[in-house]
Design a protein around this ligand. Structure first.
Ligand code: AMP
Length: 216
């Protein structure tokens, strides 16, 4: 299965990506995670990406495209993959087609996670991420036992710069302007499957797996 996940920030792409990838036994490739790992590791790529990420803007396409091209050429992606966070605009979607053509494969399906923007602001600004293990908690929906301490590893929790309310609003504007046109792009190619991404995480996972199974 060669799958792309789209949806606004806070639609639960990261969480659903993990369950879906595990279910279909394909690697999850998240451009946001790769950028964050590079920022933590202090690499050149991380230094370049950080200012864009903190502001809630997209990292320049040529940087992102090159990173995805390298990652998709790795052996574990040969029999399928789930892309989370890429493509983020129509230019990147064209680049993805190019990369896949070079690799001699084609995109199978695009899963669109639909959620309304008020819900997204609530979800994102309540998120707390563990500094140590990266697990994401939520002050309201999935609170750790002790405030600001990770139940899994005891690490300190923090609010990602890009989850601050003013940045969340900006990320949603970026989504509407740049990423939403992708939905029509893929619908026009008959590659889009849309599910309702509101409600309990397990229910959304079930909807996703049911919708994707015909493409497996
Ligand atoms: P995410 O975790 O997917 O919300 O990504 C966090 C941030 O990483 C985004 O706000 C962007 O700054 C950057 N990023 C992730 N994926 C892309 C992409 N495909 N193109 C450009 N920037 C990206």
């Amino acid at each position: 299965m060669r799958l792309v996940l789209v949806g606004p920030p806070g639609a639960g792409k990261g969480t659903q990506a993990e369950f879906i990838a595990a279910h279909f036994d394909i690697p999850k490739i998240s451009t946001g995670d790769i950028f964050r790992a590079n920022v933590s590791g202090g690499t050149e790529l991380g230094q370049l990406a950080k200012s864009y990420m903190d502001a809630g803007d997209l990292v320049p396409d040529e940087v992102t495209n090159a990173m995805v091209k390298d990652r998709l050429a790795e052996p574990d992606a040969a029999n399928g993959f789930l892309l989370d966070g890429f493509p983020r605009n129509v230019q990147q979607a064209g680049k993805l087609d190019e990369i896949l053509t070079e690799l001699g494969v084609a995109l199978g399906v695009v899963l669109d996670l639909e959620v309304d923007f008020d819900e997204v602001v609530k979800r994102l600004s309540g998120r707390r991420t563990c500094k140590q293990c990266g697990h994401v908690w939520h002050v309201e929906y999935d609170a750790p036992k002790v405030e600001d301490v990770c139940d899994k590893c005891g690490g300190a929790l923090f609010l990602r710069d890009d989850d601050k309310p003013e940045t969340v609003r900006h990320r949603l504007e970026v989504y509407s302007m740049q990423t939403e046109p992708l939905i029509e792009f893929y619908r026009g190619r008959d590659q889009l499957v849309t599910i309702d991404a509101q409600g309990a995480v397990e229910d959304v996972t079930e909807r996703a797996i049911t919708a994707l199974t015909p493409y497996a």
